[in-house]
Design a protein around this ligand. Structure first.
Ligand code: HEM
Length: 132
């Protein structure tokens, strides 16, 4: 009964189609975001398909262990004009996207992986890690 009040039952991330839904929904939010949108527009330009495909491969590898992504995410972020505020916003949008679409161990893993990578990126960019 209590579940009815929480809205529709959400399933976990299980397939590449699920990953695709996560990635496309997340980047729709990112592009519309006042803080993050301009950073991405400047780096990516008008053709988002290649970036979205890379991100699908990345999350497919992180979450479904497909091995489709072979790249170096860290180096791509070293020259971007980003600070801890951008990371907080990125993580807030990513978490909100996950929570609206999926529920379960893999979805939880996605949040944990994103948080960890964001922490490593911030430390590599020279920002102190005071948000545990
Ligand atoms: C401040 C937050 C972030 C911003 C503004 C940001 C922005 C970007 C941009 C603009 C690119 C494209 C770079 C290029 O092609 O030249 C990119 C690529 C990428 N980002 Fe982020 N990012 C952020 C955080 C993250 C986080 C937390 C993750 C991982 C969980 C991540 C994973 C990746 C990956 C995998 C790529 C593709 C790298 C490749 O081409 O192999 N990003 N990001």
């Amino acid at each position: 009964m209590a579940d009815v009040e929480k809205g529709p039952q959400l399933a976990d991330i299980q397939t590449d189609e699920d990953v695709r839904q996560l990635v496309y929904t997340f980047y729709d939010k990112v592009r519309a975001d006042a803080l993050l949108g301009p950073v991405f527009e400047k780096a990516i330009g008008s053709d988002w398909e290649p970036h979205l495909q890379i991100m699908c491969n990345f999350w497919s590898t992180m979450l479904l262990y497909s091995g489709k992504y072979r790249g170096d995410p860290m180096s791509k972020h070293m020259s971007l004009p980003i600070d801890p505020q951008h990371f907080s916003q990125w993580l807030a949008l990513f978490t909100a996207t996950l929570d609206s679409l999926f529920k379960g161990e893999v979805a939880d893993n996605a949040k944990a992986r994103a948080n960890n990578i964001a922490r490593i990126m911030q430390s590599m960019l020279g920002f102190p890690l005071n948000n545990k």
